[in-house]
Design a protein around this ligand. Structure first.
Ligand code: UDX
Ligand code: UDX
Ligand code: ADP
Length: 466
């Protein structure tokens, strides 16, 4: 039986950082080294003030404060951490490819391959390699071939252990996961490696929630779980459009169908569209894999989830323009929320980016407030789209730290992230400051619309008839 005493995690991002912090907190007998080539990110993880760690997650800085320097260490010395480890988690980014074959769909595995080559170059003792990043099916095989062909006689076992945490609730998801999934090779040494990782999680996760499968099932389960979750959001969003033209209310429909235990109530909240680093990327990946096996009906079926999501973002932006008398040129529009969901500072694939890009193309003057996202991040998200120059973006967009000052003489307010604080704003005061008619577009069904209408607002909410 192999007992793990030293863990290395390559990649100190949204997955690696919180996951390793939890392992360190629950396994004080294991030394955990989190390494990253990004020295700024590592410096932030090591900041004396734990509130400055690079990721905002409720409860995370407290856990870092408890474990950092005890058995949790952040460093840029990748080689040293690889050498010392019994088990190496690979938790680097796997973005959608932006070039070559599979551009815009397949996962870019260059960072994973670089890690494998670095491990192969450095390791002098046997290692268990754990895929933590979301990967296309059969990546483990490629990893193994790179590692085994380096000729230094070290034995590698590859496990797939996809992470299911959601941002904003990372700490509670890690503390109390629905399940932990560990895929391993069906050989004697594969089973031993799998058991070694089961033993790590068993320090705090009940055994019956630790599922073991073969490597391929584990890799595919991660893509499938995200595809199913995203599919629910696209399904309810499709119904939201139908609700808007009938007298049905999408919240009521969601409640009614969610009460069926076969359907369940979660992930039925209509919205301006799902975002985040996983849903779109993983579905595109699934579509690409299906296509590459010639399974075109399977590919088309899942692609529809993305098509629906793009439609939802666009039609919401279009609705704003139409409602503001078919022109927003030169009109001041206040955007509340930039993160892809509340309680995170992550903005990857956030619906806000696309809605604002659309409005900017219509020459609106945009004022943005998000309680956790920096101005720098917002501008770089817009710049990444390449729709217009950075200079033009900066001329049209202002990012503010005090939303209350933003509303003066504005034509419309638009809620794009469901931050709780928006609910407690003094909407009477906001109404007084705005131009009339004062429009409010709620992309998250967050606010109390009867109250807003009583104040005098003209409101539009996703999934509700007018
Ligand atoms: C369905 C709805 O379940 C019910 O709520 C509604 O009132 C009427 O339509 P029914 O058609 O009687 O009920 O059976 P159901 O158990 O839903 O199965 C429908 C079909 O789906 C069957 O052919 C069944 O074999 C198939 N099915 C169901 C699967 O292939 N896989 C499953 O996991 C579930
Ligand atoms: C997701 C998966 O939930 C998680 O298991 C996986 O490990 C990573 O991907 P995450 O992207 O962090 O997690 O957040 P999630 O809560 O799933 O939300 C994704 C997007 O869907 C957000 O933009 C959210 O606002 C949206 N959403 C979610 C809805 O619009 N409606 C819903 O009912 C649920
Ligand atoms: P995720 O959401 O999957 O955690 P992130 O982008 O937040 O993705 O984090 C991935 C991290 O992996 C980044 O901080 C990046 O610098 C790091 N990384 C990528 N390649 C390597 C590598 N070869 N060695 C070390 N760190 C790497």
């Amino acid at each position: 039986m192999k007992v793990i005493k030293n863990i290395c995690c390559i990649g100190a991002g949204y997955v690696g950082g919180p996951t390793m912090t939890m392992i360190a907190a629950k396994c004080p007998h294991i030394e955990v080294n989190v390494v990253d080539i990004n020295s700024e990110r590592i410096a932030a993880w090591n900041d004396i003030n734990v509130d400055n760690i690079p990721i905002y997650e409720p409860g995370l800085s407290e856990l870092v404060a408890e474990t950092r320097g005890r058995n949790l260490f952040f460093s840029t010395d990748v080689d040293k951490a690889i050498q010392a480890a019994d088990m190496i988690f690979i938790s680097v980014n796997t973005p959608t490819k932006t070039y070559g074959v599979g551009k815009g769909m397949a996962a870019d595995l260059k960072y994973i391959e670089l890690c494998a080559r670095q491990i192969a170059a450095v390791a002098t003792t046997d290692k268990i390699i754990v895929e933590k990043s979301t990967l296309p099916v059969r990546t483990a095989e490629a990893l193994k071939r790179i590692l085994d062909n380096t000729g230094n006689g070290v034995n590698y076992e590859i496990l797939s252990n996809p992470e299911f945490l959601a941002e904003g609730t990372a700490v509670s998801d890690l503390l109390n996961p629905d399940r932990v999934l560990i895929g391993g090779e069906e050989t004697e040494s594969g089973r031993l490696a799998q058991q070694a990782l089961v033993d790590v999680y068993a320090n705090w996760v009940p055994k019956d929630r630790i599922l073991t499968t073969n490597v391929w099932s584990s890799e595919l389960s991660k893509l499938t779980a995200n595809a199913f979750l995203a599919q629910r959001v696209s399904s309810i969003n499709a119904i939201s459009e139908l609700c808007e033209v009938t007298e049905a209310d999408v919240d009521e429909v969601a409640r009614a169908i969610g009460a069926d235990s076969r359907i369940g109530s979660k992930f039925l909240k209509a919205s301006v569209g799902f975002g985040g680093s996983c849903f779109q990327k993983d579905i595109l990946n699934l579509v690409y894999i299906a296509q590459s096996y010639g399974l075109h009906e399977v590919a088309d079926y899942w692609e529809q989830v993305i098509i629906m999501n793009d439609h939802q973002k666009r039609r919401f932006a279009k609705k704003i323009v139409e409602t503001l008398f078919n022109t927003v040129s030169g009109k001041k529009i206040v955007i509340l929320g930039w993160a892809f969901k509340k309680d995170t500072n992550d903005t990857r694939e956030s619906a806000a980016i696309y809605v604002v890009d659309y409005l900017l193309s219509e020459q609106a003057e945009i004022i943005i407030y998000d309680p956790k996202v920096s101005a720098e991040r917002i501008f770089s998200d817009l710049e990444y789209l390449n729709t217009r120059t950075n200079k033009e973006n900066r001329e049209l967009v202002t990012v503010v730290e005090n939303p209350m000052l933003a509303f003066a003489d504005s034509h419309a307010a638009v809620v794009l992230t469901e931050w709780d604080e928006f609910k407690s704003y003094d909407w009477k005061q906001i109404y007084a400051a705005m131009l009339k008619p004062a429009f409010l577009f709620d992309g998250r069904m967050l606010l109390n619309h009867n109250q807003l209408v009583d104040i005098g607002f003209q409101t539009f909410t996703i999934g509700k008839g007018q």
